[in-house]
Design a protein around this ligand. Structure first.
Ligand SMILES: Nc1ncnc2c1ncn2[C@@H]1O[C@H](COP(=O)(O)OP(=O)(O)OP(=O)(O)O)[C@@H](O)[C@H]1O
Ligand SMILES: [Mg+2]
Length: 371
């Protein structure tokens, strides 16, 4: 499981391939250097050079672990009710500690990877595997005390400058229900775009984002979503949330489940937009996603597959995942959606039995997930 060496100087030197390196095996037996990670995206792959983005940002994370303390009693109405029911004895510090000893729970561990300008990384895994937790950590939104490992942005730790260049789209949209789509975009442009830009330019940018995301048809519809205010569909709301982050033209865009609850066409349209932002605009994009269709899967440059226990199973090029799993004994027909195979594996449902489940065979560490 040891990831290959990461360089933190922000230069395009080298990057890890599969983090799921079974004991005693070579994760890259062919010796081939990872095409997406060894060099900036080429024109041959349809990518424009990362120079389109004035502030290209290389995101690297190494052995990231996130732990929380669980089982700690906190003073709240519940504790107070129990306390008074027990004659005031249950709420004492001594009794609380005895009843609920705090323990540490590891949410994610051993997460390593790198995403460069022009690339889109998708984090896949079962529900509760820690995708949101890792994404939140990459966005600098976790308390440091609970987080260990190394996360760098162009070789530097998280800072105010990185924060200003980072867009974060949460799983659940947070929008004002009584504003229309165009008002939402317009006010965000006023608040978040540089003062140096004139009102006309800000309005033009807001309209460009609405066009890009196919929101012009609903530009004058209220966002809605609260009782009594009918509004946008789920897909439209999600596109507005993405638009608010696109407006500020982030170098690093992190999106939590941007396609959940959407039909496959809308989902493909959104991921296509994100892909253009990455490949065409030199942005660094990370998304979490539950069960991408085959069409969506092939839009990703890299994939990080998490196990239900919050450990990495695969990290590498999306296009290489099937051959990697075939090489460790989990072959599947070429016609299969790679995401389906990967999610089955992450959920402990092998499609084929590993041929040599011995500790010395590459398939061994994967077979552990199936026990
Ligand atoms: N602060 C916390 N305290 C206790 N448990 C937590 C905390 N934060 C996350 N967890 C647990 O960690 C696990 C991972 O949560 P997370 O939201 O990252 O999963 P996920 O992969 O994003 O799931 P989903 O696909 O359903 O969104 C869950 O079991 C969650 O309950
Ligand atoms: Mg989540």
């Amino acid at each position: 499981m040891a990831p290959q060496e990461l360089h933190d100087d922000g230069k395009h030197k080298e990057a890890p391939t599969s983090t799921c390196t079974p004991p005693g095996s070579n994760s890259n037996p062919s010796g081939a250097v990872h095409p997406t990670t060894s060099s900036p995206p080429s024109d041959a792959s349809g990518h424009r050079p990362a120079a389109a983005n004035p502030f290209p940002l290389v995101l690297k994370f190494e052995e990231v672990v996130y732990k929380v303390k669980v089982g700690q009693a906190t003073e709240g109405w519940c504790t107070r009710v129990v306390s008074s029911a027990c004659g005031g004895r249950a709420g004492t510090r001594k009794n609380k500690a005895a009843a609920l000893p705090p323990r540490e729970k590891t949410i994610i561990s051993g997460m390593s990877g790198a995403v460069r300008p022009g690339e889109m990384l998708a984090m896949l895994g079962p529900s509760g595997s820690g995708k949101t937790t890792l994404l939140t950590a990459l966005g600098g939104r976790h308390r440091h005390a609970l987080l260990s490992g190394k996360i760098t942005y162009n070789g530097q730790p998280f800072s105010g400058a990185v924060k200003r260049r980072t867009g974060f789209v949460t799983q659940h949209d947070v929008l004002y229900p009584h504003l229309t789509v165009s008002e939402t975009l317009w006010y965000t442009a006023l608040l978040r775009l540089p003062r140096a830009l004139g009102a006309g330019e800000k309005r033009a940018q807001a309209e460009a984002v609405a066009r890009e995301l196919g929101l012009t048809k609903v530009a004058h519809s209220m966002v809605g979503g609260v009782r009594g205010v009918r509004g946008l569909s789920g897909g439209e709301r999600k596109r507005v949330s993405i638009g608010l982050e696109m407006l500020v033209d982030p170098s690093l865009l992190l999106l939590d489940e941007p396609t959940s609850g959407l039909d496959s066409t809308t989902a493909a349209r959104i991921v296509g937009t994100l892909r253009r932002m990455a490949a065409g605009g030199g942005r660094t994009v990370v998304v979490t996603i539950h069960q991408p269709s085959s069409r969506l899967y092939h839009m990703f440059d890299k994939v990080l597959l998490l196990s239900a226990e919050g450990r990495p199973i695969y990290y590498g090029r999306a296009a290489d995942a099937l051959s990697y799993f075939a090489s460790v004994g989990f072959a599947s027909p070429l016609s299969v959606n790679p995401a389906d195979l990967m999610l089955d594996l992450a959920n402990g449902m092998p499609r084929t039995t590993p041929p040599h489940p011995s500790p010395h065979h590459p398939s061994y560490s994967l077979s552990l997930y199936f026990s």
